[in-house]
Design a protein around this ligand. Structure first.
Ligand SMILES: NC(=O)c1ccc[n+]([C@@H]2O[C@H](COP(=O)([O-])OP(=O)(O)OC[C@H]3O[C@@H](n4cnc5c(N)ncnc54)[C@H](OP(=O)(O)O)[C@@H]3O)[C@@H](O)[C@H]2O)c1
Length: 266
């Protein structure tokens, strides 16, 4: 099934649906990433903090899919929130992932030291170690501060985003920066996959509530990285492109937005 892409400010094409790997560890992670690649996923989202970069790297190698066909994201986390730490973090991620470059390297959460971290990331861009630089979990104010202080537009801001917290004001405020959704199915915080409104809408299109929840974001130009350890759900979450939600159905789903986080981390 055909994938859709969003173009980043760098000119890179990033898949609208990727595979999230948080909480996938060891052999299970390797198996799931391999299955995802076999099914046609071409974006893998990992992080130093997830402690699974080695397994992600192994799965990519074993898949036989050409490296340049895969969009690989990883992230830097504390205590590496410094110039030296970020420099080291990039090199260590490259080693663990067993690759020559990272497509998208994100500052995992807002840090006061992000200007220093950006210096290390810009050097890595120059050296071809990373291809795009981005941030994660920056709200509107922190995003504006980042752009002003660092003097650059990040390619991506990856944030909590699902039907109950669609983050459209943040998306609108970020111009060229692409807003990518983490926990697009709420990570079990709210029963989105059995939601009666989404189930009813899904019945019209022959889709599940989970597919409608993901499609509503994708159709609004928000790329998603759902995670699942279940093969049938991997297929389901990728199968979002043969239909279009009607304006009325999209309006109904927009009305589900509470504007409130389900996590409260940031
Ligand atoms: N940048 C950040 O700070 C940040 C924070 C959180 C997450 N992330 C990224 O975003 C990814 C996705 O977020 P997430 O893992 O928190 O949660 P999620 O993708 O919203 O939800 C994952 C949960 O939903 C279930 N699920 C998945 N597809 C389903 C389907 N079609 N039907 C029913 N249930 C389904 C999974 O169950 P099973 O696995 O049991 O099938 C799992 O329990 C992460 O893996 C990570 O890569 C980034």
């Amino acid at each position: 099934m055909a994938m859709e892409y969003v173009t980043l400010p760098t000119g890179q094409k990033m898949p609208m649906v990727g595979f999230g790997t948080w909480q996938l560890l060891g052999d299970q992670c390797e198996t799931c990433v391999r299955q995802a690649l076999d099914l046609g996923y071409r974006l893998i989202d990992t992080a130093r903090m997830y402690e699974n970069e080695v397994e992600v790297g192994k799965a990519i190698r074993a898949s036989g899919v050409a490296r340049e066909e895969i969009f690989l994201t990883t992230k830097v986390f504390q205590p590496d929130n410094s110039y030296e730490g970020t420099k080291m973090s990039i090199d260590r991620s490259l080693l663990r992932l067993d690759t020559d470059y990272i497509d998208l390297f994100l500052i995992h959460e807002p840090y006061e030291e992000d200007r220093d971290m950006v210096r290390a990331m810009e050097e890595a861009l120059e050296a071809g170690k990373i291809r795009a630089l981005g941030i994660s979990n920056y709200n509107k104010d922190l995003y504006a501060r980042f752009v002003a202080e660092c003097g650059l537009v990040p390619a991506v801001n990856q944030v909590e985003c699902h039907v109950f917290h669609q983050q459209l004001p943040l998306k609108a405020a970020m111009g060229e920066t692409v807003m990518q959704a983490w926990s697009p199915l709420t990570c079990g915080q709210k029963p989105v996959v059995t939601d009666p409104v989404l189930t009813k809408i899904g019945a019209k299109y022959g889709k599940t509530a989970a597919q409608i929840a993901l499609k509503a974001l994708v159709q609004q130009g928000i790329p998603v990285v759902p995670k699942t350890a279940t093969f049938s759900r991997m297929q389901e979450n990728l199968d979002l492109f043969g239909f279009t939600l009607s304006p009325q159905d999209l309006e109904t789903i927009r009305a589900m937005d509470t504007g409130k986080t389900l996590f409260g981390w940031y």
